[in-house]
Design a protein around this ligand. Structure first.
Ligand SMILES: [Zn+2]
Length: 72
């Protein structure tokens, strides 16, 4: 059986998460980057980079500007 992706160590009945643990995983992920707004901005900037609308340098600077204030 697969283990829950949240890191709790429990085995699922075949899915990716134990019931309700997908929300825990989502919240933990948001907290890793400083909240839902920061996570959204990271994803939006990654998509902009993927579409070729930002250089590696620009993307790197943006990622640092989003994450460094949270994790000095
Ligand atoms: Zn779990």
């Amino acid at each position: 059986m697969p283990h829950c992706l949240c890191g709790c160590g429990e085995e699922t009945a075949g899915g990716q998460f134990m019931p309700g643990h997908d929300q825990r995983y989502r919240t933990d992920t948001e907290n890793m980057v400083g909240g839902a707004q920061a996570l959204r901005r990271l994803v939006e900037e990654a998509l902009r980079y993927q579409r070729g609308e930002a250089s590696v340098s620009d993307f790197s600077d943006i990622v640092r500007s989003i994450l460094i204030p949270t994790f000095p």
